[in-house]
Design a protein around this ligand. Structure first.
Ligand code: GLA
Length: 389
């Protein structure tokens, strides 16, 4: 594979790019339900109005793929018959998608793609799922592959699991593809049944505060959390054979195995069971328009992630602690895998600017890092756009 560091290597014919298919693929937020997806539990994500934009065209070759990332000002080419892992991480999401499409027996031909992202990387808003799903959806249209929406979700997740090597659950890809404007999805990750709930948050907005840190523990700790939960399930299963995941484990059952599974696994599992309940309660509170309750559940979720699941970090905790003192912020919690990235805050809209100035100052003083604010709105999942615009 050839990788060029700057667009001086960009083929001349990219300068007059006649787009055949245009795709916008969103990042996602998660109101509540963290680290529950791979435990077959409940999550409540939504796609957002910040996206990765793709333009595709066929290039009349059998096997040549040419991709230009405007965001990284990087150009790559590769051969469809020689898909191998690359050292540059962003390309692997795309290579992984091609690999999974080919494994399904679908035929691709040479094509060109230009992409441009509005999504910060490592912020916990799943730029990776946006990349996979947008790419898969674009290829589906360009080559009439006849892939259903759910196949796009699943092959994108497999691309990340098998090719990139990150053992993620299904939440991010599901949200990126299936979301509806102005709605949260309550997703049952066991049955994959989705309930769409209107994001009725009245005078409030959803504000993401990016810590602008990404501690490199994230991947290894993610995998060890999965392992701790799976080990507990394996122990419980020996007595209760119907237990296939934490989803079938009740609080009483968990208590029964407290000694056997050990203190660490016990608190991880307890967190998951409690978080699943919080998602159910959040659904009710959203339907009732009860922002106070939603906010309390968000804080409780954060404290669980901080003390029981132990995937937070000082920067995230600081932002959540600071917001908890403010009456105009109903709820705040870390979002995504943890160890950095964003907090999601349910905040009165007219307070955002002043609050950000205040929190920026104290955060900078403490960590010598400037945080970033992103206001988001729940939006449509991955879309094919009119390519004339
Ligand atoms: C990452 C993963 C998701 C999910 C979250 C934690 O975003 O990709 O599948 O597990 O972490 O909720």
């Amino acid at each position: 594979m050839k990788t060029a560091e700057n667009n001086s290597k960009l083929p001349d014919d990219f300068k007059s790019f006649k787009t055949e298919i245009k795709v916008a693929s969103p990042g996602r937020i998660n109101l509540i339900g963290e680290h529950t997806d791979y435990n077959n539990g409940f999550v409540m994500p939504a796609a957002i109005d910040k996206k990765i934009n793709f333009r595709f065209r066929k290039n009349n070759t059998k096997n040549l793929v040419r991709i230009y990332s405007e965001t990284f000002d990087a150009y790559v080419e590769f051969n469809l018959q020689k898909i191998t892992k690359n050292i540059n991480s962003w390309e692997n999401y795309l290579l992984g998608v091609i690999d999974e499409i080919q494994k399904l027996g679908k035929q691709l031909q040479g094509f060109d793609c230009i992409l441009k992202s509005e999504l910060p990387i490592g912020a916990g808003i799943s730029s990776s799922a946006a990349l996979e799903c947008g790419f898969a959806k674009g290829l589906n249209s360009l080559f009439n592959l006849d892939l259903a929406q759910m196949e796009i979700v699943k092959l994108s997740q497999r691309a990340e699991n098998n090719f990139v090597g990150s053992n993620c659950g299904i939440m991010d890809q599901f949200a990126s593809v299936m979301s509806k404007k102005d709605h949260f999805i309550k997703l049952d990750c066991e049955s994959l049944e989705a309930t769409f709930i209107t994001a009725k948050i009245e005078h409030c907005k959803l504000l993401l505060l990016n810590t602008n840190v990404a501690h490199n523990l994230a991947n290894s700790e993610y995998n060890s959390r999965r392992q701790e939960c799976e080990t507990a399930v394996a122990v419980i299963q020996q007595k209760y054979s119907a237990v296939k995941s934490l989803r079938q484990v009740s609080f009483n059952m968990l208590e029964e195995f407290k000694e056997e599974i050990g203190a660490i696994s016990f608190k991880r599992c307890l967190y998951v069971l409690e978080e699943n309940e919080r998602v159910q309660e959040t659904e009710k509170a959203l339907r009732d328009g009860n922002l106070q309750t939603i906010g309390k559940l968000m804080y409780a979720s954060h404290r669980g992630l901080q003390h029981q699941y132990e995937v937070s970090c000082p920067e995230l905790d600081f932002l959540v602690d600071f917001s908890e003192e403010k009456t105009f912020i109903y709820g705040s919690r870390m979002m995504g895998g943890g160890f950095g990235g964003c907090t999601i805050n349910l905040i009165e809209a007219d307070k955002i600017d002043a609050y950000f100035e205040e929190v920026k100052k104290v955060y900078q003083e403490k960590f010598d890092i400037t945080p970033t604010a992103i206001t988001v709105v729940p939006d449509e999942g991955t879309q094919i756009l009119d390519n004339r615009k």
